[in-house]
Design a protein around this ligand. Structure first.
Ligand SMILES: NC(=O)c1ccc[n+]([C@@H]2O[C@H](COP(=O)([O-])OP(=O)(O)OC[C@H]3O[C@@H](n4cnc5c(N)ncnc54)[C@H](OP(=O)(O)O)[C@@H]3O)[C@@H](O)[C@H]2O)c1
Length: 178
């Protein structure tokens, strides 16, 4: 079975973006010089990404497409025709429900998927499709924004693997879903 893995940054009060989707408060890579917070190793470990339409639209604002792995965008409102020519090879749009998508990815031979975007992470958590989460807390309170977590049908019990504090004040914790 293909497993879902979260690697994401939040404000201390649990938001992944401002209400309008802005991520200007996320520190740049120069914050802890020479440090990539385990991101490169994480990306090496996954077969591809599954992200929500909102995260996809934010990524399109970057000068160049920021992901090196194949990406599946979950959307009921976009189709492949909406893809710019330069990212058509890297990105695919899917309308599949989370469980059906993971089954289809298993057929493709994908074993580990980076699941990204607040709403999409929440829907994968609800379906029991997330195996572990690396959450990097940025020392800022936004007061309002788009939450990482949301409603659940039942508690999701987690095992804490490790927490690491960086000189900049970023604090990264790894949890496994039990
Ligand atoms: N802090 C970080 O590290 C970090 C990381 C990633 C993203 N972000 C930010 O997070 C924001 C986006 O997060 P978000 O929570 O607004 O949305 P999201 O999860 O990226 O996208 C949600 C959208 O995906 C589509 N979708 C299709 N199937 C879905 C399903 N099963 N479950 C959920 N959504 C599904 C829907 O769009 P349709 O209407 O098209 O169907 C839905 O509105 C962006 O501003 C991005 O920059 C921050």
């Amino acid at each position: 079975m293909t497993t879902g893995h979260v690697f994401i940054a939040t404000s201390l009060d649990g938001f992944i973006a401002r209400r309008d989707g802005a991520i200007d408060w996320l520190p740049g890579l120069e914050t802890d010089p020479g440090e990539n917070y385990g991101y490169d190793g994480f990306i090496e470990s996954i077969d591809g990404l599954v992200m929500g339409r909102n995260s996809f639209e934010k990524a399109l604002e970057f000068e160049t497409w920021p992901y090196s792995r194949p990406t599946i965008v979950l959307s009921h409102t976009l189709d492949d025709m909406a893809l710019r020519g330069d990212i058509r090879k890297a990105v695919e749009i899917s309308r599949l429900a989370p469980g059906d998508l993971m089954a289809a990815l298993a057929q493709r031979g994908w074993s580990r998927v980076h699941v990204d975007g607040g709403k999409v992470i929440q829907s994968f958590l609800r379906e029991g499709l997330i195996a572990d989460m690396v959450i990097t807390r940025v020392p800022v309170l936004l007061g309002a924004g788009l939450p990482l977590f949301g409603a659940l049908p039942a508690d999701v019990s987690l095992a804490h693997d490790e927490t690491r504090a960086y000189p900049s004040g970023l604090v990264q914790s790894r949890y496994r879903v039990r």
